[in-house]
Design a protein around this ligand. Structure first.
Ligand code: M6R
Length: 358
């Protein structure tokens, strides 16, 4: 049941801190340990990720982790493209599939193609016993519980953290108490920050009230914030029915900037990395009269100067988990905009929770 929440989506957003905290126990001391161990033994000359929608964006963040932390080449594809493009695959490589339902038709087809070509497959999946779960060699469960809202929220967070856990175990060379402690404290710090955000959503609600009538949204970010930008835009399109796009911060000037005027909103996701460069990209939008909503590290004068609305976050100590924190802001922003617009948040028009047709 929804309990005190008006929508399942909101309830599921609020479940995230507890879910984030539960993951290390499951993988280091619980049932998940065995599958995590098996996953580290799979061939991994390269990793081929395929997934759809939100799960694909989670895949892009995981690609970032695996490439930067493990220095293993990683490809991420939309499953409906991957399966038809005759990809170059090798038995020494891993096929990785990400899915909440485990029933997405294109993801399943991508898996059976990889299997035919002799690759081992690993899933990052929520639904035990699903087709994907049954077909893969090893399954890493994301342990998000049932997700009812069509818009995927908690599943994304758990998918990324599950991929992150695998990447950390590979880099560390095994599963032990030292790594468990490190990850448990890093994940709890993330959970704590998300909790603080959820305890006071007024700043996000205020921004939603100020911008919900606008017609076009550009979410921008660099590095891991680029997939987070695409995920934020998807959430808004899906539940609020307004046009939104996710773009790499440096790419707007190669075309889309022609669209910028006072009616457009730039939701700028700003990390600590390449901070100045990202701020100067925001300035380019500002100069064309775009409305700036920045989400980034707190107390930054340069960001305050350039923004119409500045959602200040405490990034201290979060490192490469900070994009997940920003993503929760995006979830709430989309939720409150949709609420103001009066759309059917849990069951948006034209959509199904699980896409079992190709
Ligand atoms: O069940 P899956 O994770 O395989 O589903 C993939 C997409 O259909 C799904 O993430 C979709 O994009 C969501 N509705 C986005 O919120």
């Amino acid at each position: 049941s929804k309990g005190d929440f008006e929508h399942y989506m909101l309830k599921e957003i609020y479940e995230q801190p507890e879910l984030i905290r539960s993951l290390t126990q499951y993988y280091f001391q619980g049932e998940g340990k065995e599958s995590l161990e098996e996953a580290t033994k799979l061939p991994m000359k390269a990793v081929n990720i395929s997934a759809c929608g939100t799960a694909f964006y989670a895949g892009l963040v995981i690609k970032d982790y695996i490439e930067s932390k493990n220095r293993v080449r990683c490809f991420a594809d939309i499953a409906s493209e991957f399966r038809y493009r005759n990809p170059i695959l090798d038995k020494e490589e891993l096929a990785m599939f990400i899915s909440q339902s485990g029933e997405t038709a294109d993801t399943l087809a991508a898996q059976s193609m990889c299997k035919e070509k002799g690759l081992k497959s690993l899933s990052i999946v929520n639904t035990e016993g699903s087709t994907l779960y049954r077909d893969c060699d090893v399954n890493l469960m994301i342990r998000a519980g049932v997700e009812i809202g069509v818009a995927s929220t908690k599943a994304f967070t758990q998918q990324v953290l599950t991929g992150k856990t695998l990447s950390e175990v590979l880099a560390h060379g095994g599963i032990d108490d030292e790594l468990r402690n490190t990850l448990a404290s890093r994940y709890s710090l993330l959970a704590e920050r998300v909790e603080q955000l959820l305890d006071n959503t007024k700043p996000i609600k205020d921004v939603a009230d100020a911008i919900y009538k606008h017609k076009g949204f550009f979410y921008t970010g660099r590095g891991a914030y680029f997939p987070i930008a695409m995920e934020g835009a998807l959430k808004l399109k899906e539940i609020a029915y307004v046009h939104a796009e996710g773009y790499a911060s440096g790419e707007l000037k190669h075309g889309p900037i022609a669209l910028i005027d006072e009616e457009k909103v730039n939701v700028a996701l700003v990390g600590e990395e390449l901070f100045e460069k990202t701020v100067s990209n925001i300035q380019e939008i500002k100069a064309r009269k775009g409305l700036i909503v920045s989400i980034g590290p707190k107390n930054r004068y340069e960001l305050k100067e350039v923004s119409d609305h500045y959602i200040e976050l405490d990034f201290e100590g979060l490192g490469d988990l900070a994009p997940l924190y920003v993503n929760v802001v995006n979830q709430l922003l989309a939720y409150y905009i949709a609420k103001n617009l009066g759309t059917d948040i849990d069951k948006p028009r034209n959509l199904a929770k699980s896409v079992t047709v190709e």
